[in-house]
Structure formats: structure tokens, C-alpha cells
Design a protein around this ligand. Structure first.
Ligand code: CTP
Ligand code: C5P
Length: 367
């Protein structure tokens, strides 16, 4: 940047509960509107008051947002309604939010102040993923969600009615539940950088389903083992083979984007083989292969996926010092299922009422 060009500072805020690639994509777009991105994250108390209890604690949510590669700074405990004082305090030019509506418990637009002052910009919400949808998938306990096509659509329709939501009356902002992956999304999320000569290359592999703080802590440690971190993601059938039941909750495309958004990750292998082979290690010039403290589940024909790197003396066990797992996360949701179902229903009702009022006002304007 030249000296006389003023740095543009952008403000975003939100709950960032169960951070997913939809959140990451909004932060990516926000960062592209300026030079420096500050993200305000609400406390558990604020979220409980306005929306219902969050799945993750504020400490976990602060950490997850800090882990997203487009974020320069996190402000803990940001107010639910964005004020001009907040923007000024952090020297931000404007506030950015997705093109959905966020309301307080009393139904007030949380951005009305910044909108009135002309310090509000919108980015496109990522269709097909939301905390609400992910919670729905966990409650549904189906293994069908990663099978694309008509069958998936049917399952989702059934799920919305079984959750007490009328599928014909879903919020146009957050009620959508089908994410369509494109190469453009992957390009947008990827750094596109190859390793530099002499870089120490680290390889890790796994499911990385419902990307969580345990994964983040692990990847931070793995990245510290070298200069360039490659994450191999197992395919949906492989994950289902070793995890069983309804896993993975997120399909391979979704898991790719979640992992690519992490600031420690340099590259992702889309559908990595379960055994870490010599060919794979030679291909990517891998110096070291790492795994965390979680057990490795052998599947038919593969007793130890790390046999080869171990034989080559290129394997290291890491400790993330974090006990969160995908299964524990799902358990948290299941335990609180009625709270979440009530929360989701309330949120969609509020959004529908706001949408109806908005379209009515637009219609009157046109007359
Ligand atoms: N966001 C987005 N695309 C999504 C989900 C969220 O662009 N699929 C954006 C929102 O528009 C907002 C930011 O991420 O700018 C933070 O959203 P947050 O306050 O956490 O609420 P939501 O994620 O919208 O809530 P939910 O996922 O429960 O619908
Ligand atoms: O379970 P999953 O395949 O998603 O794990 C991916 C990697 O993250 C594994 O190496 C696992 O040991 C590690 N991990 C960790 N700490 C956690 C959760 C996962 O080190 N809390």
C-alpha cells in the first residue's frame, strides 16, 4: 500500500456459533472490501437473550473466528446492536453483514443505526449452510445428507416437517438447506500457493467433520511442525465406514471449504486415501506426518494407516490439549435438542414476519 492511501478498516459482527464455511465466506467477502478486518463476537449472555443458547462457549467462538484466515483482529463481547460508537472506537469505516436480517429479541434490526448513517455494506450470504441447518442434520440422524440429488431433497423435506417446521413456509434467508459446491468457491478459499523451495512439508489426514476447536488446536500444532501444511480429507464413504451411523455430518465438499478457511492450512487433498502411502508422501514431498491423541479406527484391510510413515521414521503424535471431538459436539446438540428446536423455530418465524413486512412495504412503494 502506498503511504498516502488510507487503510480501509472493515467491521463485522455476529454470534459465529458453530463456525462454518458460510461465516468464513462472509468474512472473506468483507475483507475484500477493505484492508483490515475486525470481527466483533457476541457473549453467550447476549446470544441467549436475543436468539437462544449458543452451542459453543464464547471462548471457543472467539478462538474459532481468530482461526479464519481473513480475520485480522477479534473484539470479544461486541454489542448485539451495532453502534456508531463501536465503529469509531475501532476506527472502522463501515460494517459488513450478509444479505439476511438479524433482529434483537424485540424484533429490531440490529444494523438500523449503521444503515441510517450510511456505514453499512452487504455481502452475499452463502446459500445452503447455517448453524440452524447443521443442527437439523444432527437431529435428523440420517446418513442420507451426503448423497446428492433427489433422495437428499426428500430427506430434507421430511426433516423440516419432523422438526415442526412447515417446509412450505421457511425463511427465505436461512431456511434454505442445500449447498451447491462450485470450483469458484474452492478457488476463492484457496491461497493457491505452492510450497517454497526448502519448506518443511507437514501432512495430516482425517475427517475434519463439523470443523471445531479441537481441530483448530491440532492444526495449529501441526503447522508449527513445519512451513507448509497439507490436510488430506477422507471421502464420505470412508468416514462413514470408520465412524458409522450418520457420519459425516458435512459432506466432503463442505469439509474442504471449512478446512481451507483455517489460517494454518496451506493445501487440502480432496478425498485422500486412508493409508498414508509412500506414493502420496513422495508426490507431495512430505517431511513429516502427524496425528493427534484421538484413536485411529482400523477399517477392513487397513490396520494402521500410518504404517508407512512410521517405517520411514516420519511420523509424530501431537497433543492438541483439547478434548473436543465431532461426536461430543453432536452429543451437546442432542442433549439440548428441544432448546435448539425451539430456538430455530422462533428464529425462522421472526424472519418470516420481517420478510412479509418487507415485501409488503416494497409492494406499496411500487403502487
Ligand atoms: N453468514 C453468511 N452465510 C451463511 C451464514 C452466515 O454469510 N450461510 C453471515 C451472516 O450473514 C453474518 C455472519 O455470517 O454476516 C455472522 O452470522 P451469525 O450472527 O453467526 O448468524 P447466522 O450464522 O446467520 O445464524 P444461523 O447460522 O443460525 O442462521
Ligand atoms: O477425528 P478427525 O479425523 O476429524 O481428526 C483429525 C485430526 O485432528 C486427527 O489427527 C485427530 O487426532 C486430531 N484431533 C486432535 N484433537 C482433537 C480432535 C481431533 O488432535 N480434540
Amino acid at each position: 500500500m502506498t503511504e498516502n492511501k488510507k487503510q480501509i478498516r472493515v467491521w463485522c459482527d455476529g454470534c459465529y456459533d458453530m463456525v462454518h464455511f458460510g461465516h468464513a465466506n462472509s468474512l472473506r467477502q468483507a475483507k475484500a472490501l477493505g484492508d483490515y478486518l475486525i470481527v466483533g463476537v457476541h457473549t453467550d449472555e447476549e446470544i441467549t437473550k436475543h436468539k437462544g443458547p449458543p452451542v459453543f462457549t464464547e471462548e471457543e467462538r472467539y478462538k474459532m473466528v481468530r482461526g479464519i484466515k481473513w480475520v485480522d483482529e477479534v473484539v470479544e463481547g461486541a454489542p448485539y446492536v451495532t453502534t456508531l460508537e463501536t465503529l469509531d472506537k475501532y476506527n472502522c469505516d463501515f460494517c459488513v453483514h450478509g444479505d439476511d436480517i438479524t433482529m434483537t429479541a424485540d424484533g429490531i434490526d440490529t444494523y438500523h443505526l449503521v444503515k441510517a448513517a450510511g456505514r453499512y455494506k452487504e455481502v452475499q450470504r452463502t446459500q445452503g449452510v447455517s448453524t440452524t441447518d447443521l443442527v437439523g442434520r444432527m437431529l435428523l440422524l440420517t446418513r442420507q445428507h451426503f448423497q446428492r440429488g433427489a433422495q437428499e431433497y426428500e430427506v430434507r423435506r421430511e426433516s423440516s416437517s419432523s422438526m415442526g417446521q412447515d417446509s412450505a413456509a421457511r425463511s427465505p434467508w436461512t431456511g434454505c438447506s442445500q449447498f451447491l459446491p462450485t470450483t469458484q468457491k474452492i478457488i476463492n478459499f484457496s491461497d493457491g500457493k505452492s510450497p517454497k523451495p526448502g519448506d518443511k512439508i507437514v501432512y495430516v489426514a482425517g475427517a475434519f467433520d463439523l470443523f471445531h476447536v479441537g481441530h483448530l488446536d491440532f492444526l495449529e500444532q501441526a503447522r508449527a511442525e513445519g512451513d507448509y501444511l497439507i490436510v488430506g480429507l477422507h471421502t464420505d464413504p470412508v468416514v462413514n465406514q470408520y465412524r458409522g451411523s450418520n457420519y459425516p455430518i458435512m459432506n466432503l465438499h463442505e469439509r474442504v471449504l471449512s478446512v481451507l478457511a483455517c489460517k494454518y492450512v496451506s493445501e487440502v487433498v480432496i478425498g485422500a486415501p486412508l493409508p498414508v502411502t509412500k506414493e502420496l508422501m513422495d508426490h507431495f514431498k512430505v517431511d513429516i506426518v502427524c496425528h493427534g491423541q484421538t484413536p485411529v479406527h482400523p477399517v477392513e484391510g487397513v490396520i494402521d494407516p500410518y504404517a508407512e510413515p512410521k517405517r520411514l521414521g516420519k511420523f509424530k503424535l501431537l497433543d492438541s490439549f483439547n478434548t473436543m471431538t465431532t461426536e461430543k459436539l453432536v452429543e451437546r446438540i442432542i442433549v439440548h435438542r428441544w432448546e435448539y428446536e425451539a430456538r430455530n423455530l422462533k428464529k425462522e418465524k421472526k424472519e418470516l414476519a420481517a420478510y412479509e413486512a418487507y415485501t409488503k412495504a416494497k409492494g406499496e412503494e411500487m403502487m
